[in-house]
Design a protein around this ligand. Structure first.
Ligand SMILES: *Cc1c(COP(=O)(O)O)cnc(C)c1O
Length: 217
């Protein structure tokens, strides 16, 4: 299938209220421009350097989402333009994003990345840490940040029951926190598991290889 067919195939499988983040990491700007021309506006990158190189060379109405681990010393490079940082995994990082947002006289939308994979290799906040951070946010500690939701990555396993359990776990936390202040974005699911994620309540999915093809490293 061509990129166009793959993109349209993915789009056709998503309910209208589910946002697609097209994960363009390791793919050249020509391919991103192509998908942009089909109507896609939200793109996800996992590396600061790569996002910085691509952003000035592509249309300015693209919403760039950072989805990979972010080092605090690199926040300043993307703070002027990033639309959302989905991978907030520490208080230190949240504080730095807040500081850089203030410097740029803007508010930055973020998701708290919560560790949901039962295998312990994945990064993310523990549930208790996420709740604590959210509370500090509600108390006004990060005025230049808007926490709009949660992000999670399930284990890379074939066991659908396990993956479903992990997604459902995050959905419950999402509902719980939403009672304190309404959250809009529950970002779960990638090329291989987005159907299951949507079944479990995701309203934003991060799809890379199913659109762009395999990444070449
Ligand atoms: C690479 C990546 C994706 C997309 O993965 P695919 O399997 O290519 O769809 C989604 N989320 C994060 C955090 C990623 O790093």
């Amino acid at each position: 299938m061509s990129i166009k067919e793959q993109y349209q195939h993915i789009k056709s499988q998503l309910p209208e209220d589910v946002t697609l983040v097209a994960v363009s990491k390791n793919h050249p700007i020509e391919k991103i421009q192509e998908v942009y021309n089909f109507g896609q506006r939200i793109f996800g990158e996992n590396k600061v350097q790569e996002m910085m190189e691509k952003q000035p060379n592509l249309p300015s109405d693209i919403e760039w989402h950072l989805i990979g681990h972010l080092q605090t010393n690199k926040v300043k490079y993307i703070a002027p333009f990033v639309a959302m940082i989905q991978s907030v995994d520490s208080e230190k990082l949240l504080s730095e994003i807040n500081k850089q947002a203030e410097k740029n006289e803007r508010t930055i939308k973020v998701l708290l990345q919560v560790k949901i994979a039962e295998e312990d290799t994945k990064t993310g906040l523990e549930v208790s840490e996420a709740k604590e951070l959210f509370l500090k946010y509600l108390q006004g500690e990060f005025p230049n940040i808007e926490i709009v939701g949660l992000m999670g990555m399930a284990s890379f396993v074939d066991d659908k029951v396990q993956v479903k359990r992990e997604f459902s776990f995050l959905k419950r936390l999402f509902d719980q926190l939403s009672m304190q202040k309404k959250l809009d974005v529950l970002s779960m699911g990638m090329s291989d598991d987005f159907h299951l994620a949507i079944e479990c309540g995701a309203n934003s999915v991060r799809v890379g290889s199913a659109i762009f093809g395999q990444r070449v490293y």
